[in-house]
Design a protein around this ligand. Structure first.
Ligand code: NAP
Length: 251
C-alpha cells in the first residue's frame, strides 16, 4: 500500500517537510487550523479547519484512509497534539511528531523560566517596562492584568480586536527575522524586556539572540506537557520512519 499521509501543519518546519514529501513523490494532505489570513502556499493538497475533536479526527483518518500522521504543529499547539495521540491510537494509525528541541540559555543569558502563560503574566507584575510580547495573537487577552507596560506586538496578522491593554504598538510581519533586524527593532522601540514561548528552532530565535546581544532579560515560557509519543527532529528521520512503517517510499 502506498502511503497516504496527513501532516498537521501551521509552522515553517511543516511547510519545509511537505516540500520534501512532495519532491519524494509521497501522497498526502496538510491540515491547517485556519488561524492565519494569508497561509503560505503549500506543496501538498491542503484542508483547513478543526476536525471536531478526537472523534472527528478518528472519522477523518478512516474516511481518508490515512496511513501515517505527522504532527508538525507548533510545540504550543497542545490540544491538537493531544488529540492526534488519542485519535491515532483509536484508529490504529502510526503517529510521529516532527518537532524541534527547546532552546537552552547560554552563558550571558538572563532568562526568567516560567511554566506557562499564567506564570508569565504573574512575572509581569512589576513596574512599567517596554515589553516585546512575542506570544502570538491568541494569547494576548491573557496579558490584560498588567496594563502598566508598553507592549510591542509582532504578529502575522493584525489583531481582529484591539489588545486588552492601552499602550501598544503592532508590527505585522511573518518573518523570517534576523538577529540584526531584531536588535534594531528592540533599540528603535526601547524594548527593556522580552516575553517568549520556548518554541525552539531557528525561525523565531532572532529575538532571543538579539536580547542576548542587548543584555535584555527574557521571560521564557516552557512548553506544555505532551503525552508519550515518538518525536523526530529532522526531515530525514521522518522519511525513514515512513519507509519503515510498512509502506514503500516514493513512487
Ligand atoms: P491548539 O490549541 O492545539 O488547537 C485547538 C484546536 O484547533 C484543535 O483542537 C483543532 O480543532 C484545531 N487545530 C489546531 N491545529 C490544527 C491543524 N493543524 N489542523 C486542523 N485543526 C487544527 O492549536 P493552536 O495553538 O491554536 O494552534 C493552531 C495552529 O497554529 C496550529 O496548526 C499550530 O501549528 C499553529 N501555530 C501555533 C502557535 C502557538 O503558539 N500555539 C504558533 C505558531 C503556529 P479540533 O479539535 O476541532 O480538531
Amino acid at each position: 500500500m502506498r502511503p497516504n499521509l496527513l501532516v498537521l501543519g501551521g509552522t515553517t518546519e511543516a511547510t519545509q517537510l511537505c516540500r520534501t514529501l512532495a519532491s519524494e513523490g509521497l501522497a498526502g494532505t496538510v491540515s491547517f487550523a485556519g488561524r492565519v489570513e494569508r497561509p503560505v502556499r503549500q506543496p501538498l493538497p491542503q484542508r483547513v479547519g478543526g476536525f471536531g475533536g478526537v472523534p472527528g479526527l478518528v472519522e477523518y483518518l478512516r474516511q481518508e484512509a490515512i496511513t501515517h500522521v505527522i504532527d508538525a504543529t507548533h510545540p504550543f499547539a497542545a490540544q491538537m497534539s493531544r488529540n492526534a495521540v488519542l485519535a491515532c491510537a483509536e484508529a490504529g494509525v502510526p503517529l510521529v511528531a516532527f518537532t524541534r528541541a527547546p532552546w537552552e540559555p547560554v552563558n550571558s543569558d538572563t532568562w526568567v523560566h516560567v511554566s506557562d502563560t499564567a506564570s508569565a503574566v504573574r512575572a509581569l507584575q512589576r513596574a512599567a517596562e517596554t515589553v516585546l510580547l512575542a506570544v502570538g495573537r491568541q494569547s494576548l487577552p491573557d496579558f490584560a492584568p498588567n496594563p502598566q507596560h508598553r507592549y510591542i506586538l509582532r504578529l502575522v496578522d493584525p489583531p481582529s480586536t484591539p489588545p486588552p491593554f492601552p499602550d501598544y504598538e503592532v508590527i505585522v510581519s511573518r518573518g523570517p527575522f534576523t538577529e540584526g533586524g531584531d536588535r534594531a527593532l528592540m533599540a528603535e522601540y526601547g524594548v527593556t524586556l522580552v516575553v517568549s514561548k520556548n518554541s525552539g528552532g531557528t525561525g523565531a530565535y532572532a529575538k532571543i539572540a538579539a536580547a542576548r546581544a542587548l543584555n535584555l532579560p527574557v521571560i521564557m515560557i516552557a512548553r506544555p506537557h505532551m503525552p508519550p509519543r515518538d518525536e523526530m527532529f529532522s526531515v530525514e528521520a521522518v522519511l525513514q520512519w515512513i519507509a519503515h512503517t510498512g509502506t514503500e517510499l516514493g513512487v
